[in-house]
Write a protein that binds this ligand. Structure first.
Ligand code: DGL
Length: 256
């Protein structure tokens, strides 16, 4: 019997490689669950697309994941989660976990908390309503550069983007899953700032939702399947950049 039919799988989706940072966290947090990764790299980045287009593309991703056996979908994309989450929940036949920037900070501790994200995320109702105590900085090009140049990082003009931040930033929230690939480089540029992301929040939400699904713990090796038009690219980026040592308990496969 197919391993996904027997145990179910967690679906993870993003515009491209950004959600691989979420997948990496979830694989480590849930070592006995199967996963399916869908990246829409041909249409990335999502950060400047219209809401109508985002809805159309999200639907394709949901169908692909559910069609391959996903019993829950982690939307590993802040852009989709902050703009069209209600739509995704309405059209998805399985439960949905979003990836949302988290505004919880100690207001007395930080003078200049700052959120960086795609233009769509920064302009979303979610961010406007929840981040009024943050500096909001849209980065129109960074996710696209990370998407294309992950194997030649010198071509990513991160420092130019960070130079545009307020000079007193002491807390920087990475509101795009692509940026997490550059967390160490960001930290090196802003050594005195706390650099935060939502990976642990997403893992916790998944943990709290699993009992509403039919997903079971795998006996033996679990499987991670990469699907979507650029499955080989996502598989390669994941293996080379995030999963080089593996865990000995996971069978990574790119769709044939
Ligand atoms: N990684 C996504 C996010 O978290 C999307 C970036 C993009 O495609 O613009 O926002």
């Amino acid at each position: 019997m197919d391993i996904f039919l027997k145990y179910g799988a967690v679906g993870v989706m993003d515009s491209g490689i950004g959600g691989l940072t979420v997948l990496n966290k979830l694989l480590k947090s849930f070592p006995k669950l199967n996963f399916i990764y869908y990246g829409d790299n041909q249409n990335a980045p999502y950060g400047n697309k219209s809401i109508r287009e985002l809805k159309r593309l999200a639907l394709v991703g949901i169908d692909a994941l559910v069609g391959n056996g996903a019993k829950i979908i982690v939307v590993a994309c802040n852009t989709l989660s902050t703009t069209i989450l209600d739509y995704i929940k309405a059209v998805s036949p399985v439960p949905v976990i979003p990836t949302l920037p988290n505004n919880k900070i100690d207001k007395n501790e930080f003078k200049s908390p700052t959120l960086i994200a795609t233009p769509n995320t920064i302009l979303s109702k979610y961010v406007i309503e929840n981040f009024n105590n943050f500096n909001l900085v849209p980065l129109p090009f960074l996710a696209g550069e990370i998407e294309r140049f992950i194997f030649s990082p010198n071509k990513i003009s991160l420092e130019k983007d960070l130079n545009a931040l307020p000079t007193d930033v002491d807390y920087l929230y990475l509101g795009c899953t692509h940026y997490i690939f550059l967390k160490e480089r960001i930290n090196a540029f802003l050594p005195r700032a706390i650099i935060a992301d939502n990976l642990s929040d997403v893992a916790l939400s998944l943990f709290n939702t699993l009992d509403k699904t039919s997903i079971k713990k795998v006996i033996g090796k679990r499987k991670v399947l990469f699907i979507g038009g650029s499955h080989n690219y996502n598989y390669t980026v994941f293996k080379k950049v995030l999963w080089s040592k593996g865990d000995g308990k996971t069978d990574l496969q790119s769709l044939k």
